[in-house]
Design a protein. Structure first.
Length: 519
């Protein structure tokens, strides 16, 4: 296989200016091949890397919806570039081999992973953002465009390809998006190709003020039994919650943080006078103005939500699984905030850290509408959520990941079987897509699971202060040794040991794998 290396690093995709390329750009888009992708918002950064690796250098334009300033690309993004047959053998237009092609990839993130499954199986057209309606504005001389994605600038298409953080079978209650039907397992093999691609790490993010409160409670801070600065983000200074504590919180069992005790002491009783700086020079109080438990939750259909419920609540893995869709109470707590995407998750958590009112939660369903303020009174509060480790490596948003059962969300800890927050994600595409599209889809999907491609094209963007996070190739597809090789990361554990892939299974190292098992 030809491994494609990124012509530009992912940070350049989002922020750095390049010289303009001489090809059609909005509002005069004339693509040779147009592909519609829907699903996981958690994997948007990786998808940008994987598609960008196919593009001729300097030809990539990126279009992001700006319906919510500050969260551009939260719902829709599109990528447009020239791809040559030298980087992608077999490239064709209308079935005829070509030297190069202008390719437009639409990526819908709104609704999460579930929108990358059921619409493909059931042939349901869903909204995608137009970029040829005079609705996009170039940002200076960069390759970035911001687009108005209101109802007049949407088109409705059946997705060609979907990406999800879990296998398609898991998109039943509580993971069924409100606007589409539940997945019928009997239809999967008949309608779509499914390929498990890689192991995806997710974590439990908490608002910065809660992070520091947990540091204080666990005797990590200087002056309180430890040697860590407030907010310090190394493995040694990260606080930890157990699987049982997290399950208790996200199943809505605790109303206020005064009920949450560590070593018999209420968390709210030990933070008086404690302050911290999130890195922006503003000194904030750790003690919140609102002591209710706030949970920033992905919308029904969220793949990270599906992983979290499977791992912590045993839902929908068992009919006895804990409920992920509890009602809560805005008056007495706990309070659940259902947001649309991983970017919206970041804003939700930061709102409670900083006492701001920028995030929006679900207002009505089918179609999902998000125009209800998460924090209308701009209170500070302690909040937790769900997020893939692709996010917030530079701590641009004021939340941090915590440890689970003493283990940080790193590739090393997943490789050693110490960290439970991971799952095997999948790509699926309709069996009726044209060969022109399938050539590009196969390239993206293959690179998405290749250890060298992950190491070179994807994981360099996901280095946190506490260690390397991101993705690992699957041990059933690639060899591994008893030590982790970050230049070719492969996970020995698998959720596909008994029958088909099931992220409900406890991951184990299959007996059929090689003799170098990292036990």
């Amino acid at each position: 296989m030809k491994t494609r290396l990124l012509p530009i690093m992912i940070t350049a995709f989002w922020s750095v200016s390049f010289p303009r390329a001489s090809f059609a750009i909005a509002p005069n888009i004339t693509s040779d091949i147009e592909i519609f992708m829907a699903g996981s918002s958690a994997q948007d950064t990786a998808i940008a890397s994987l598609f960008g690796a196919l593009c001729n250098t300097g030809t990539l334009d990126i279009f992001k919806d700006n319906n919510r300033p500050g969260s551009e690309g939260s719902d829709h993004t599109a990528y447009y570039c020239t791809i040559s047959s030298t980087s992608l053998p077999g490239l064709s237009i209308n079935g005829q081999p070509v030297v190069s092609a202008k390719v437009l990839l639409h990526k819908r993130s709104q609704g999460g992973s579930g929108m990358g499954v059921s619409p493909l199986i059931n042939g349901i057209p869903i909204a995608a953002m137009r970029i040829d309606a005079g609705n996009c504005v170039q940002q200076g001389s960069t390759n970035n465009w911001y687009c108005n994605a209101n109802s007049n600038n949407l088109m409705y298409e059946i997705p060609d390809i979907g990406v999800s953080d879990v296998e398609p079978e898991l998109f039943i209650y509580p993971n069924q998006p409100s606007s589409v039907s539940a997945v019928d397992p009997q239809m999967i093999d008949a309608t779509i190709n499914v390929k498990p691609a890689a192991a995806l790490l997710f974590g439990v993010p908490v608002s910065d003020n809660l992070y520091v409160a947990l540091q204080r409670a666990q005797n990590l801070l200087t002056g309180f039994g430890g040697n860590c600065a407030t907010g310090e983000y190394t493995q040694a200074c990260m606080p930890s919650l157990s699987k049982q504590q997290i399950a208790t919180l996200i199943s809505g069992q605790i109303k206020r943080w005064s009920e949450f005790k560590i070593n018999g002491i209420a968390l709210t009783s030990i933070t008086a006078g404690l302050t911290y700086d999130s890195g922006d020079g503003i000194i904030r109080n750790v003690t919140p103005t609102d002591t209710k438990v706030h949970y920033c939750k992905g919308v029904d259909g969220s793949g990270i939500g599906a992983l979290m419920y499977a791992k912590f609540l045993n839902n929908p893995c068992s009919v006895r699984g804990l409920n992920a869709d509890w009602g809560g109470s805005g008056l007495v707590g706990p309070v659940k905030h259902e947001v649309s995407s991983s970017k919206a998750m970041e804003v939700c958590l930061e709102d409670f850290a900083d006492g701001e009112n920028n995030a929006y939660q679900i207002t009505s369903v089918a179609p999902d509408v998000f125009n209800t303020a998460v924090n209308p009174n701009a209170n500070t509060a302690w909040a937790l959520g769900m997020q893939s480790t692709e996010n917030n490596t530079s701590h641009a948003k004021h939340y941090r990941f915590i440890k689970i059962d003493g283990a940080a969300p790193t590739l090393e800890n997943v490789f050693r079987g110490k960290y439970i927050g991971w799952g095997e994600q999948s790509y699926q595409w309709r069996k009726t897509v044209s060969q022109d599209k399938e050539t590009i889809i196969n390239a993206i999907v293959t690179d998405a699971g290749h250890p060298y491609s992950l190491a070179q094209n994807v994981n360099p963007n996901f280095v946190h202060p506490f260690g390397q996070a991101g993705y690992m190739a699957l041990g059933k597809n690639y060899p591994f040794t008893d030590s982790l090789n970050l230049t070719s990361p492969v996970i020995p554990y698998s959720h596909e040991v008994s029958g088909k892939l099931s992220n409900c299974q406890v991951p184990v190292i299959p007996s059929s794998s090689n003799d170098s098992k990292p036990m």
